[in-house]
Design a binder for this molecule. Structure first.
Ligand code: ZN
Ligand code: ZN
Length: 364
């Protein structure tokens, strides 16, 4: 057991508080990682703001990079103390049907950390291990499958993004949609996930990469990162995208925002044979309507994309290669960094909508 500082959410819709809490030691197939960077994702904010239910108190944060500090006894791994890793929330047992099919995001295995949290208050009250990780803290204990080694020259703040935001956005393009050269793509919502999809569509040589966002700074960055067009949602998107594509509309529309209105609007932008890719996750209870007759008549599909249907041990090294080749811009995806103590300011910057990704660096 170690004592660590963590940003604890004791109740929904309140500020996080920095507390000293207990982190239990890793057991077999588990690992302790010193957090160097943890990016803030909209999923963390949805939990903190009460949009999804979770047990309180909880430590959230799930886009982590850091160094291996301790390997649980009896664990077979190539990882050594001091190795640089990215930690994601995707935990795999390696034995269930989903794992055997390579569907990491759908693993149904029950591991020790599914049953018990490694976090507790100093008086022994259990703290929920938010999103399998608890990354808003100085250290985490996670399952070995959640850790992917990355090179030491990849800056920690960039590496953290590979654990969720960038993996989700790129994975939606590469894995879920499997965009091909010449396709037309529309990306609705240009936060960290949407801008990663913009970059993924460019890497996939999509003919048109049409970014949609209400904020000018995000539209400008989308163009810088490879979008061929950047539009405001208030414009007549159907007509403009018809004009751009010679009447065809989009092969893939990626909805990277949780705004329910974006889903119905996006349905109007899909070409026959095209697909709507749902990447952003709305709050509990949100419903959406569509016309099933039209969907069938136009041979269209609706695809859910949890974490970009990613396999982190395959996809994270591939993303590192893209970064090294200069094809994946991570620098422009980090809007700002904050020490753990100022996490509420970082959360507010993300809530304001202007930031791409704010990153917590506990060691700073
Ligand atoms: Zn996330
Ligand atoms: Zn499994």
């Amino acid at each position: 057991m170690t004592l660590i500082k963590a940003a604890v959410c004791n109740e929904s819709k309140t500020d996080l508080t920095i507390e000293e809490i207990k982190l239990l030691s890793p057991e077999q197939d588990e690992i302790r990682v010193t957090v160097e960077a943890c990016a803030i994702c909209h999923s963390d904010i949805t939990y903190i703001d009460g949009g999804w239910s979770i047990g309180y108190p909880v430590v959230l944060g799930h886009e982590v990079s850091g160094k291996v500090t301790e390997v649980g006894p009896g664990t077979k791994t190539k990882l050594d103390i001091g190795d640089q890793v990215v930690v994601s929330l995707i935990r795999t047992c390696g034995k269930c049907l989903a794992c055997k099919r390579g569907h990491d995001v759908a693993c149904t295995g029950k591991l020790r950390l599914h049953e018990t949290s490694p976090l507790a208050t100093k008086t022994g009250e259990v703290i929920t291990h938010g999103l399998n990780t608890g990354g808003f803290a100085e250290e985490v204990v996670v399952h070995i499958s959640q850790c992917v080694p990355v090179p030491k020259d990849l800056p920690a703040a960039f590496a953290a993004l590979l654990g969720c935001g960038v993996m989700t956005g790129l994975g939606a393009v590469f894995n879920t949609a499997q965009v091909e050269s010449g396709d037309t793509t529309v990306i609705v919502g240009c936060g960290g996930v949407g801008l990663a999809s913009v970059q993924g569509a460019k890497i996939s040589e999509a003919e048109y990469v049409i970014a949609v966002d209400p904020l000018e700074n995000k539209r400008e960055l989308a163009i810088e990162l490879g979008a061929t067009h950047a539009l405001e949602p208030s414009e007549d998107l159907h007509e403009i995208i018809q004009d751009i594509t010679g009447g065809r509309l989009a092969d893939f529309v990626f909805v990277s925002t949780a705004a329910p209105s974006a889903i119905s609007m996006s349905m109007q932008l899909i070409a026959p044979m095209g697909a709507l890719v749902l990447v952003g996750m709305p709050e509990d209870g949100v419903k959406s309507e569509f016309d099933p007759g039209l969907l069938a008549a136009r041979n269209q599909r609706i695809l859910g994309s949890k974490m970009g249907t990613s396999k982190p041990h395959f996809d994270i090294p591939a993303m590192v290669d893209l970064w090294r080749d200069g094809k994946l811009d991570l620098e422009n995806m980090v809007s700002s960094t904050y020490p753990l103590e100022n996490i509420n300011d970082a959360l507010n910057e993300m809530r304001s909508g202007s930031a791409i990704r704010t990153v917590i660096c506990p060691g700073v």
